[in-house]
Design a protein. Structure first.
Length: 326
């Protein structure tokens, strides 16, 4: 990537020119996203510095969602936050302004705003380290569906720019709580049970039956999420800090199961599959595959990947429910 860019428009042009070079390899594509987003953040920091002066304390800008898990497709929306070192009004105003500038910059370079407002421009996701600790504790004590959903989103946080230790310290708060109160894992499990079915009772792939995606399958909902949600819970159970699904699978203890490698292979296959067969024109369609356009062996391959994900999710459900009694 060229370090001589001066504005978001330059970065957007660079994205358009260079992304096709990495569009066939999942890992190269995600490295590209990381580099591109880092440059956006640095431009935003420089822009805010000119108006507001240097940052009043060290901070971390972190990604969540598919970005946090290093699992972005060709197109992606925004999921990110900021944690900073000191708690006062000046710092809050500064970093909220920085969060807004980063969000605008990301949008201008092709990353859609998050529908759920999970962005550093939202005070919920932009706080000092002490305020973040209190918020995580509140979410863990709260019985609501939304609080646990927020917690699960945060678990995928990965620092892109700034101080790594802030996020490590915050994740430790969650891991400590799970050790004290394993029932929290059951509440998290309950939050991720709404999985969209992708295979019918007769073994057929279930496609959308109406709307703009008729005849297509949503790989994100039906294939990716069973792996992502199951492995996140298993990683939490074993206090694994890493965020990508593949890295989490690699870090799980061998004693739990001998099949982690099989799941890794299937998930890696799935990520490449989405790149090759997903509709790449825009963010809306990037997770959709038109089933009838696939060769017979590719339909069979997809079915095997999906079955393995459902198996993993069901086994994880039993594992968590059996292992947590209180």
């Amino acid at each position: 990537m060229d370090d001589g860019v001066e504005n978001y428009e330059d970065l957007n042009k660079m994205r358009e020119q260079q992304i096709k070079n990495v569009a066939t390899d999942h890992f190269a594509l995600n490295h590209f996203h990381d580099q591109l987003m880092s440059q956006i953040v640095h431009l935003a920091v420089e822009k805010v510095k000119k108006e507001w002066g240097p940052p009043p304390s060290p901070f971390s800008f972190f990604l969540m969602g598919s970005g946090g898990r290093f699992e972005q497709a060709l197109w992606s929306d925004q999921d990110h936050g900021i944690v900073y070192g000191i708690a006062n009004d000046e710092a809050q105003n500064y970093f909220l302004n920085l969060g807004k500038e980063i969000s605008v910059g990301l949008n201008m370079v092709g990353y859609e705003f998050c529908d759920g407002n999970v962005m550093a421009s939202n005070p919920l996701w932009c706080k000092s380290i002490e305020e973040w600790k209190r918020q995580l504790e509140n979410w863990m004590d709260d019985e609501s569906f939304e609080a646990i959903r927020h917690l699960l989103i945060f678990i995928d946080a990965r620092v892109l720019v700034g101080r790594d230790t802030f996020i490590e310290d915050l994740k430790q708060v969650i891991h400590n709580k799970i050790e004290e109160s394993p029932y929290l894992l059951k509440r998290m499990l309950k939050n991720t049970m709404r999985l969209q079915k992708g295979i019918g009772v007769f073994g057929q792939i279930l496609v959308e039956t109406h709307g703009t995606h008729t005849g297509e399958i949503n790989l994100k909902q039906t294939a990716l999420f069973p792996y992502v949600n199951a492995v996140r819970l298993l990683a939490l159970k074993e206090s694994v800090m890493t965020t990508s699904t593949l890295a989490r699978l690699g870090a799980l203890s061998d004693s739990s199961r001998s099949e982690w490698k099989q799941y890794e292979d299937k998930f890696r296959q799935l990520l490449q599959y989405r790149l090759r067969y997903g509709k790449q024109e825009d963010y809306e369609g990037v997770h959709y595959v038109t089933i009838n356009s696939l060769p017979k062996e590719k339909k069979k391959e997809l079915k095997e990947i999906m079955k393995k994900g459902i198996e993993l999710y069901n086994d994880t459900t039993k594992h968590i429910e059996k292992g947590v009694t209180k």
